[in-house]
Design a protein around this ligand. Structure first.
Ligand code: GDP
Ligand code: MG
Length: 751
């Protein structure tokens, strides 16, 4: 049994076990223990004694016999013979009372065979003929109550010559026993526990056969029974309803010592022989039958006996109504609480470290999945419940069941906390593992430049995370505990994994968008530069191009730029769409991505245009354009100026032609329609789910949508002021070229 040392303080008594060496203690209890002393004080060392005698773990496997009888009728002597005890006996010379109060001792005779009764306790009750206690019937009544509340068998010790003396002291005692028995067991109990009254007739001379003595006694007892007042409803009850009777006669100890001893040995065996076969009832007829019957047992578990006995005595001594069922319930409560505390010690030893571990992990912000948790929880719980059941189920059933469920909910609330913290850790781990695994796989995929399937990666990592969580959770479930169902937590994990997946996919989409934008940027950078470079070469056109007959490179500049732009973006869009498909992105997400791409691309183009028309760049282009027209003839051959040449005319034409480029450049206009490109239609409406209020989105198109800026404004490449300024600068520059040409013409003549 787990309950070895119930040592918790109690209101009913101080169950207290001395920790002295067992042998020393055995010596101290050589004569047994005085359970109740002559001042009616209960001995708190009873449980110590029962522990030393190894009675505590016996459950119901123990027996209690009490002896009653007049003073100095050889009761202690008898017990010592029967059970090898060492109760004090009166010396033949002194003849003074020796046994005071109530003594108890364990049977010292060996169990010399199979099926022998174990753990026999005998109580030697102070003689009660009133000679030495005067007319004090109080102790007699109290000790009778106590013996009946606890003992299976009451030995009534009587001289042969007292048989038939109806008025004698013995009958007074027996009357008390009967009354007390009715008080104890009839009042509240539906099932009446029987007790055995075992009459031992001493100094049997043999002239009167035992049978006759027995009959005389039974008649007297019946007569006695009829005189005692019985509770209503029990007026007609018979004495046999409450008591079994057995009789034995012993020869004279002094006169027939050998015979006495032989009979005592036989009798002792019957007490130690274990349970009689209940079918063979009738101890009265067969003098060799064993004495004990299971129905005599008071059903007080051995580990609760001391508490029970003290509490019963406490009631008796204070003249309170001794209500045994209530006593048994109180005992059950007390002992169940003690047993709970006891089994919790082992539970704590296993569970506390895990609780500490989780607390430490929580403080460190690193909840971890403890691999041993499930096994430890299951073992600790089942051990606790099993140990509690073993010890506590012997007590009052109702109390036991209530205490069991209290204990169960107490430990389950702790286990549930452990369980849920572990689930939280498993959840966190699953999310982290998932996120890391997806990111890592994507990174490797990008490094290798392979076209990894993002959606596949997500799905396979998700199912890995879920099955890991499931196995973590399964490992800590406890059969039969409703709280260890984790389907809700699993659903939460799935939800969060979906959220994380969406987040990761969006990040992946953004990365893709960035890559695609880079492609657009570099593509436009190159091809737009090329278009602007073409402006620089006016060659191939006539030396004096007429107004409205400009080279294609100039006339169609914006048409070509728009075409280049839209086809570049189209290419980018199809790349984007292709990749996004492998993410299992939603069509809405793709729509948004494409829409953003178009807006960003326009911004890229505008930046590129701004770069091209930066003062230095555009002036250089205009200069080249002008020089090509001014300094090369219609065949593309450089002119050598001569004094007769119409330098001025050529200069004016070339200058005007180039000057006309400035307004052309200043506005992004398609030549066919002579209007801005259909930018807004091309970009399209913002797909559902995009908020233009987002900083992210609003900035996208260079502010067409906000700031009240119109598409017209967006198409201004050079402001009027800038254009005017550019014209001035260009003219100055052209003038310079003209002057130089003039000089070289004159210089050429002088040379
Ligand atoms: P108790 O007071 O009933 O416990 O009696 P004791 O066991 O102390 O014995 C009282 C006296 O009776 C002692 O002197 C014993 O030696 C003596 N005695 C014990 N057994 C018998 C017996 O069977 N017959 C007789 N005649 N005397 C006995
Ligand atoms: Mg005695």
């Amino acid at each position: 049994s787990v309950v070895k040392h119930p040592s918790a303080p109690s209101t009913m008594m101080n169950a207290h076990f001395a920790s002295v060496g067992e042998n020393a203690s055995r010596e101290a209890y050589e004569h047994g223990i005085q359970v109740i002393d002559e001042d009616k004080v209960f001995n708190h060392d009873l449980s110590t004694y029962l522990n030393i005698e190894h009675i505590i773990p016996a459950g119901f496997n123990y027996h209690l016999i009490s002896v009653f009888g007049s003073q100095s009728t050889g009761k202690s002597t008898l017990l010592n013979y029967l059970f090898g005890t060492q109760f004090g006996v009166m010396s033949e010379q002194e003849r003074r009372q020796t046994t005071k109060g109530i003594w108890m001792s364990k049977n010292k005779r060996d169990a010399d065979g199979k099926n022998m009764a174990e753990n026999i306790l005998v109580m030697d009750v102070e003689g009660t003929d009133g000679r030495e206690r005067g007319e004090d019937q109080d102790f007699e009544r109290k000790s009778a109550l106590f013996a009946l509340a606890t003992s299976e068998v009451l030995i009534v010790n009587i001289w042969e010559h007292q048989v038939g003396l109806y008025q004698g002291a013995n009958m007074g005692l027996l009357k008390t026993v009967f009354e007390v028995n009715l008080q104890l067991f009839v009042k509240d109990n539906k099932s009446i526990p029987k007790s055995l009254l075992f009459f031992v007739i001493r100094d049997h001379l043999g002239t009167t056969p035992l049978k006759n003595l027995q009959n005389t006694l039974m008649q007297d007892l019946s007569k006695l029974w009829s005189t005692i007042s019985k509770p209503s409803g029990l007026e007609n009850s018979r004495i046999e309803d409450y008591f079994d009777f057995a009789f034995v006669a012993l020869p004279h100890k002094i006169l027939q010592p050998e015979k006495f001893e032989a009979e005592v040995v036989k009798l002792g065996k019957r007490f130690r022989e274990g349970y009689a076969d209940p079918k063979k009832s009738g101890l009265m007829d067969d003098a060799d039958l064993p004495v004990f019957l299971p129905q005599y047992h008071r059903r007080i578990p051995a580990d609760g006996f001391a508490v029970y006995a003290e509490s019963v005595w406490d009631q008796i001594v204070n003249n309170k109504d001794l209500d045994l069922p209530t006593q048994q319930e109180l005992l059950a409560q007390f002992r169940c609480d003690e047993i709970s505390r006891e089994v919790l010690i082992a539970f704590d030893e296993k569970i506390n470290p895990l609780e500490d571990r989780q607390a430490a992990d929580a403080r460190a912000g690193k909840p971890t999945v403890l691999p041993e948790l499930g096994e430890t929880m299951r073992t600790a719980r089942s051990t606790l419940l099993k140990d509690f059941e073993t010890s506590a189920s012997r007590y009052h059933k109702g109390v036991y069941k209530r205490k069991m469920s209290e204990l169960e909910s107490q430990v389950d609330s702790r286990l549930k906390t452990l369980f849920q913290k572990q689930l939280a850790a498993a959840h966190k781990t699953a999310i982290a593992t998932f996120t890391d695994a997806v990111s890592a796989t994507v990174k490797t995929g990008q490094k290798k430049g392979s076209t990894y399937d993002f959606a596949d990666i997500v799905e396979s990592e998700k199912s890995k995370a879920i099955s890991q969580f499931e196995s973590d959770a399964q490992a800590i479930t406890i059969d039969g505990a409703a709280w260890s169902d984790f389907s809700h937590e699993l659903a939460l994990l799935r939800e969060e994994l979906d959220d994380v997946s969406t987040k990761l996919r969006k990040e992946e989409m953004r990365r893709l968008a960035t890559r695609i934008e880079r492609f657009v940027r570099s593509h436009l950078d190159e091809s737009i530069s090329l278009e602007f470079n073409k402006l620089g070469s006016g060659r191939g056109g006539s030396g004096a191009p007429e107004h409205g007959d400009r080279p294609a490179s100039e006339k169609d500049l914006w048409d070509r730029i728009w075409t280049i732009f839209t086809s570049t973006v189209e290419q980018a869009e199809s790349r984007f769409e292709d990749r996004a498909k492998s993410f299992a992105a939603t069509s809405q997400e793709v729509e948004i991505g494409l829409w953003r791409l178009r807006r960003k691309s326009w911004v890229v183009l505008r930046e590129k245009l701004d770069e091209e028309v930066m003062e230095g760049n555009i002036l250089l282009k205009l200069r080249e354009n002008f020089e090509d027209k001014f300094r090369y003839d219609e065949h593309g051959v450089p002119r050598i100026w001569r004094p007769n040449d119409d330098i001025e005319g050529l200069y004016t034409k070339a200058r005007e032609s180039t000057l006309h480029l400035i307004p052309l450049l200043a506005r992004f206009r398609l030549s066919k329609t002579d209007s801005p490109p259909p930018l807004l239609a091309w970009i399209g409406d913002a797909p559902a789910g995009v908020s233009l209020a987002d900083e992210d989105e609003g900035a996208g198109i260079g502010g067409v949508d906000d700031d009240g800026k119109t598409v017209e404004d967006e198409m201004i490449v050079l402001s009027d002021a800038k254009a005017a300024d550019l014209s001035v600068r260009f003219k100055k520059m052209a003038d310079g070229v003209y002057v130089e040409a003039k000089r070289s013409a004159i210089g050429g003549v002088t040379q």
